[in-house]
Design a protein around this ligand. Structure first.
Ligand code: GLU
Length: 270
C-alpha cells in the first residue's frame, strides 16, 4: 500500500463530497470477464483512507453488462439491446455482491441505487433521488450507483456512466467528480498514435478547441471515451463541481492521485 506523506492535490484535499466513477475496464478483468477482486479491494482501502479524512464518497460503478456477458456466455457476440439488458440484469447482482463483500470486510455499509434517465432529468424524481442519496450519506452508507440498464430504452438512457456520474455529482452537490479511467487525462491528440500529443493539465473553459482534442483521443473503456468525458465535464463544471480524469488501472490509484499523481482537472464554474 502507498504511504501517505501529504495530500498535495488541492481539489481532493479541500473537497468534502466526492463522486468516484469506475469504468467496466477497471472493475472487470477483461481476460476472465469476472470481477477484478484485488483491484476492488485496493480501491476500498483508498476509500477507507478518504472516509477517515472526513470525506463523503459516492460511487458510480459500471460493470453490470460486462459481468453479465461472461455469466451468460455472450462475450464474443455483438448484442441486441434486449440481450444487453439481460446481461445487465444478471451482472448487476454480481457487481453489487462484489462491492458489498469488500466493504463488509472493513465494516462499511453500502447501498445500491439504480437510476434511469427520468429519475435524474424529471424534477420531482430528481429531488427524490437527491433525498435518498443525502439520507444514505447521513447514515454513513456509501451509495453505489448505476444506470438501470435493464429497462432503459435506447432513446432515453445515458448509455455511459461518465455523464450519469456528472448528473449525480450535480444533484448531490459534490465538490469533485473523479473519473478513474484507462487514460491519465486529456491530450491534444491521441497519445497512442501521435508522439506530439500534449498533456493538458488544467482546463478552465471547455472551448471548441478542447472539444476537438477529445474527438481525436480514444479511450478503450466500454461505452465512454474522451468525448463522453468532455460532456460529463460540461455537466459537472456547470453544476459547480470540479472534474478529474486520472488513470485507475493500477492498484491504489486513488491514493496515488491524492499524493499528486498525474491527472487532468476541469475547473468548476463558480
Ligand atoms: N451501465 C453500464 C454497465 O454497468 C456501463 C456504462 C458505461 O460503461 O459507461 O455495464
Amino acid at each position: 500500500m502507498v504511504s501517505i506523506k501529504s495530500i498535495q492535490l488541492d481539489s481532493i484535499s479541500n473537497a468534502k463530497r466526492i463522486v468516484l466513477k469506475v469504468g467496466s475496464a477497471l472493475i472487470v478483468n477483461p481476460k476472465t470477464g469476472n470481477i477484478n477482486e484485488s483491484w476492488v479491494k485496493s480501491l476500498v482501502q483508498d476509500i477507507v483512507f478518504l472516509l477517515k479524512n472526513n470525506k463523503e464518497i459516492l460511487i458510480v460503478s459500471s460493470g453490470a453488462i460486462a459481468l453479465g456477458k461472461s455469466e451468460l456466455n455472450l462475450q464474443n457476440k455483438s448484442l441486441k439491446l434486449s440481450e444487453k439488458q439481460a446481461a445487465a440484469a444478471t451482472g448487476q447482482i454480481l457487481l453489487a455482491k462484489a462491492w458489498k463483500s469488500k466493504f463488509e470486510k472493513v465494516n462499511i455499509k453500502c447501498g445500491q441505487i439504480l437510476v434511469g434517465h427520468s429519475d435524474l432529468e424529471t424534477r420531482r424524481n430528481a429531488m427524490n433521488t437527491r433525498a435518498t442519496l443525502s439520507t444514505l450519506l447521513k447514515l454513513k452508507v456509501i451509495p453505489i450507483i448505476n444506470e438501470n440498464d435493464t429497462v432503459a430504452t435506447r432513446e432515453i438512457r445515458y448509455g455511459d456512466n461518465d455523464q450519469l456520474a456528472a448528473r449525480i455529482a450535480q444533484l448531490a452537490e459534490a465538490d469533485i467528480l473523479v473519473l478513474l479511467s484507462d487514460i491519465d487525462g486529456l491530450y491534444s491528440e491521441d497519445p497512442k498514435i501521435s508522439p506530439k500529443a500534449k498533456f493538458i493539465k488544467e482546463i478552465e473553459d471547455i472551448s471548441s478547441e478542447i472539444e476537438n482534442m477529445a474527438r481525436n483521443t480514444k479511450s478503450n473503456i466500454a461505452s465512454g471515451g474522451m468525448i463522453t468525458k468532455i460532456k460529463a465535464a460540461k455537466i459537472a463544471t456547470a453544476g459547480g463541481c470540479n472534474l478529474i480524469i486520472a488513470h485507475g488501472k493500477n492498484k491504489n490509484s486513488l491514493l496515488k492521485l491524492i499524493n499528486g499523481g498525474k491527472h487532468s482537472i476541469f475547473k468548476a464554474n463558480l
